[in-house]
Design a protein. Sequence first.
Length: 459
Amino acid sequence: MNYKKILMLGAASTLFVSHAMAALTDDEVAQLGSTLTPFGAIKAGNAEGTIPSWDGGVCSPPSTYKPIMGEQGGSPYADLFPNEKPIFSITSANLEEHKDKLDLGTLELFKRNPETFRVDVYPTHRTACYPQWVYDNTIQRVKNPKLVGDAPGLVDAHAQVPFPIPKSGYEAMWNSNVKFDIVNSEGTQEAWLIDSGGGKTLTSIQKIENRNLYWDNSLNEVPGNQPYWALISTTMQPAASAGVKQLRHAFLNTEEREPMAWSYVPGQRRVRLAPQFTYDTVSTSSGGVLLFDEINGFDGKMDKYDFKLIGRKEMYVPYNAYKEWAADINALGTPNHLNPDYLRFELHRVWVVEGTLKPGERHVQKVKTFFLDEDSWNILAYFGLDQSGSVHHLMYQPPIQSYEKPANRNGHYILYDMSKNAYSVGSMMGSPKMTGFYKVDGYGSNYFSPGSLAGRGLR
């Protein structure tokens, strides 16, 4: 099936833009906070009334929210819409009526599983809400950010959505790369691999620690050569991998500083550089299906692909996935695909970005296509095509409004490997002991250094 033809079917609702990175005009800036939200989304609903206007989102928790970590927040999240039912369901019987609003990977799931796969479409709720200072920074600093180099890197941006009115695929992808998060957070999560027969294998339970200096509003910029984002993952299960740690650093100006990674394995008792933790190397914590550059939808340097901004489009995408986030693997892990009883789709506007492998570059996927939520810049769905043009991977990242922060989050993923007839459900937080991501007071200045990682590993 020709993907470009599918996009053209929705041309009436698509705003096409060029790849050029032209500066914003004063008239464009004036739209932010007016006809556009501070994040650049169209504030009004659609003509059919199936997408409502944005009214500010959900900015505080409901009274039913009782997280494990108390005032620090995190899981479990109370469902904002527990009594809603699907408006309709898309099955193989009525697929032709709706396929213009579905991505190519989802269509592949229908093709492979015509009797069991379906998409339940619920009422659309634009729940995304962020702190007011995030909106203020984004509008006041909107003309500052720039992209430099061929990769490219991001400069002159801090504590803001850098390109709320994107002019290129690279700008849109940077919006997603630096999407809002609290500065210091940690949490526990698990990942499972489900084979074609429905067999379930626990591939990891991990503790994750994050520091995101890009969103430290007490700073004017990320200091010196420090990473804007740093992460430590510590594996707790399975037993054979217990104590394995990974440290990752991401930098804004990737023309000057490459992303870096280190690993610590207890039996080796030393920290090693891990340059292989990038591009199409597979992540063992996913059971060997998730690629490193698929983490969070996309991760790493943007040097292997030409990223083109296709435009804005109305699509059925996972959203407000409280029911699915709260479920455990026994409920979710059905053969061939996630149990459709638990996955909520809504009609939302998304930015479509297509990455095409550059001549001379090597990667298992020749095309990557991303669907970015206009209200949050989260990557809601993504698919990758192999060298023959067939769907290789499909990823859903079902978001919820993490109302205690407040932020719209999509830390959980479902990754289908079509070549292996298997899928990974990762960053799960539905089991009783999984905390989700909660705020912490902070970390020491050297906490996210290789030397500190070694010291903690040896204790």
